[in-house]
Design a binder for this molecule. Structure first.
Ligand code: DC
Length: 229
């Protein structure tokens, strides 16, 4: 049986940066499950879904779209690439519009079940560090290590804001990032099926007052103590 590491938490908690480092250190594959919801969100946008409408109004059309959606996760030079219906969408799914769409499609159980099946399949064949919202609580209940990584919403928004500015997004404001983050926190935590929540057996790591290096050290300690015991 493979050994899997589940890292869950709200957006902007630093999951992907830290999960990648853990994967490298232990020689595991890193799977960013958010990219899968993002790929489906983009597919829905391309198919004309209006995400300003309430989710219930889009439920039937989103369910129908899952039947026409194929998703492949491929590793090129060790980097995850996401292919939606044969097209590499990895570079297209990091926009604020796709972030909101991903959070909205993630409410629909049929969408989740389709993506969870792919996630479990990858974890059954590889040692995986998987990050998301429901990995420890739903996708991989038997993971060897479960961490719930979080930080205050203000700290997470500040980190995401700086990252977007560094990437050249000069228009974005801190308040926009903060309000998107609050929306996604509420939406991801309040959905009925597999919401964002700390698994009962997950270790809580709050990095609000930690630098990136300190967070990495703290996380490494948690993982090592469980993987090497
Ligand atoms: O981690 P991220 O910001 O890329 O995720 C985008 C959205 O996808 C997030 O707002 C909620 C959803 N998501 C989810 O519901 N379950 C996961 N395991 C991963 C992401």
């Amino acid at each position: 049986m493979n050994r899997n590491i589940a890292i869950d938490g709200p957006s902007g908690a630093g999951k992907s940066t830290l999960a990648k480092k853990i994967a490298k250190k232990f020689g595991y594959i890193y799977l960013d499950t958010g990219a899968m919801y993002r790929a489906f969100g983009l597919f829905a946008i391309e198919n004309g879904v209006d995400f300003t409408l309430p989710v219930e109004d889009n439920k039937k059309v989103l369910e129908a779209l899952t039947d026409n959606f194929t998703l492949d996760v491929i590793y090129e030079d060790g980097n995850q690439q996401v292919y939606a219906n044969g097209k590499n969408v990895t570079g297209l799914i990091r926009t604020p519009e796709v972030s909101i769409a991903a959070s909205k499609v993630a409410v629909i159980p049929k969408v989740r079940l389709k993506l969870v099946e792919i996630q479990r399949n990858i974890a059954s064949k590889n040692n995986v560090v998987m990050d998301g919202r429901d990995i420890g609580s739903y996708v991989l209940p038997d993971a060897a290590v479960k961490v719930f990584l979080t930080a205050s919403v203000e700290v997470r928004a500040q980190r995401r804001y700086e990252e977007l500015r560094e990437k050249g997004n000069a228009q974005v404001t801190y308040n926009e990032v903060l309000s998107d983050m609050k929306f996604r926190d509420a939406n991801d935590s309040s959905r009925e099926f597999a919401p964002l929540k700390q698994a009962a057996d997950a270790v809580l790591l709050d990095t609000s007052d930690m630098t990136e290096d300190e967070s990495e050290t703290a996380l490494m300690e948690i993982v090592k103590s469980r993987i090497e015991e």
